[in-house]
Write a new protein. Structure first.
Length: 406
């Protein structure tokens, strides 16, 4: 597209090298506006219909159209640069390849890295980011959930990575401690204590007769049968607890670290039973929680925890008050972020108004947030606040929204 704009002598205007004349220069301003309209039309016709949602409302501004397309398709996030660096250092000479062709591949890889790098990035920032990337690259496969979450951040430095490492270790210790307590037979009342009273008053929990304890029951078959039935009931109960992810599917590690911006949007899904996200760094007050989730292709994946997520809505182009989504499931293998629409309408008295290009989420006649409809999918307008961003929430969050899942 850039080459096409250059061929038609429109690129200098789009990249802002050709500045807009002042209003006093009437003839020059008219010529500039005519070129701007031509550039906007060329950009509009060059992109696929499904991509035009990215510059909706700016169809007559070619400069803003280009910036928005670049922001969505050339994501300058650490995850994209990590992949680009990994590709660069993975280049090896192929059989039959000339040394000149090898050098060309290296140059192309470096050009990709430069395109993904911010124009204002300093050498010190680059060194800091490379150190953080080296730490992430050193993680073994069992920490893939942590590396994926870190590489989805907008900013990556060594301090952020080390803080995430410390949080991960503390979380693992808490889980190990809970597992050890369960394995040791601990209960709320403390460790097991043997019965010390008169045995004739003791009642067996297996057969119901007095005079002996459960571990001394003369009918062990009854004991085993009861234990088997209890285990089967527990298994049936566990299998009954399942969430549904609507039309969503699983994501691979390569897709999660790609330059696509789709994984950062909230999809308004009418088939999802709970809010879900693959982003660990979005979730506050994280609690480990494992539950099976059925995908659209009937495959089963599992959550790793749940917590709250803060979302900042944009309504009619203006920033609205932050809202807090409670009990959002963390599902690392999920392809997208899901907002459970039917749960809100059926259980929380939400009213959803759907038109051809938008969705409005109302509660008690108050508009709380909106979504843009594109290609039969609705995406929330706004962005999510991750846990590493220094954000101070309003002292009075909308209570009805904060308690969606409590």
């Amino acid at each position: 597209m850039k080459a096409w704009l250059m061929r038609n002598k429109l690129w200098r205007l789009v990249c802002e090298k050709e500045k807009k004349p002042s209003s006093t220069k009437t003839e020059e301003l008219a010529l500039w506006e005519a070129k701007a309209e031509q550039a906007a039309g060329e950009i509009y016709l060059c992109v696929e219909p499904s991509q035009r949602v990215h510059f909706r409302g700016h169809e007559e501004d070619p400069i803003e159209m280009w910036k928005r397309l670049e922001r969505h398709h050339l994501s300058k996030k650490p995850g994209a640069r990590f992949n680009a660096y990994d590709e660069l250092f993975s280049i090896t000479k192929e059989e039959g390849e000339s040394l000149v062709d090898l050098g060309t591949r290296v140059e192309n890889a470096m050009a990709n890295i430069k395109n993904l790098r911010s124009a204002t990035m300093t050498i010190e920032q680059l060194d800091e980011e490379l150190s953080a990337m080296a730490l992430i690259r050193a993680l073994p496969k069992e920490y893939s959930h942590l590396s994926m979450s870190l590489l989805l951040l907008d900013k990556l430095d060594k301090d952020v990575v080390m803080e995430a490492f410390r949080s991960e270790e503390l979380n693992q210790k808490r889980v190990e401690g809970a597992n050890f307590a369960r394995a040791s037979g601990r209960r709320k009342g403390g460790p097991y204590r043997p019965y010390r009273g008169d045995m004739k008053d003791a009642t067996c929990f297996t057969c119901g007769n007095k005079g002996h304890m459960r571990n001394e029951c003369p009918n062990p078959r009854t004991h085993r049968k009861a234990g088997t039935e209890g285990a089967n009931k527990a298994k049936e109960k566990a299998e009954a607890v399942i969430e549904f992810a609507g039309k969503a599917s699983a994501v691979s590690e390569e897709e999660a670290l790609s330059t696509s911006a789709n994984i950062f949007h909230w999809n308004t899904d009418t088939g999802a039973t709970s809010h879900m996200t693959p982003h660990r760094d979005w979730i506050r007050n994280y609690t480990p929680y494992r539950v099976p989730i059925q995908l659209a292709d009937s495959r089963i994946i599992y959550s790793e925890g749940y917590g709250t997520v803060v979302f900042r809505p944009i309504i009619n182009g203006k920033q609205s008050r932050d809202i807090e989504l409670s009990r959002v499931l963390h599902v690392p293998l999920l392809r997208s972020n899901l907002l459970a629409v039917l749960y809100l309408t059926q259980h929380k008295e939400f009213e959803v108004l759907i038109s051809k290009k938008s969705m409005k989420f109302m509660q008690r006649s108050k508009l709380l947030f909106t979504a843009t409809v594109d290609d039969n999918c609705g995406y929330l307008d706004g962005h999510t606040i991750d846990t590493f961003e220094n954000v101070h929430l309003a002292s009075t969050l909308p209570l009805d929204v904060a308690l969606w899942h409590r």
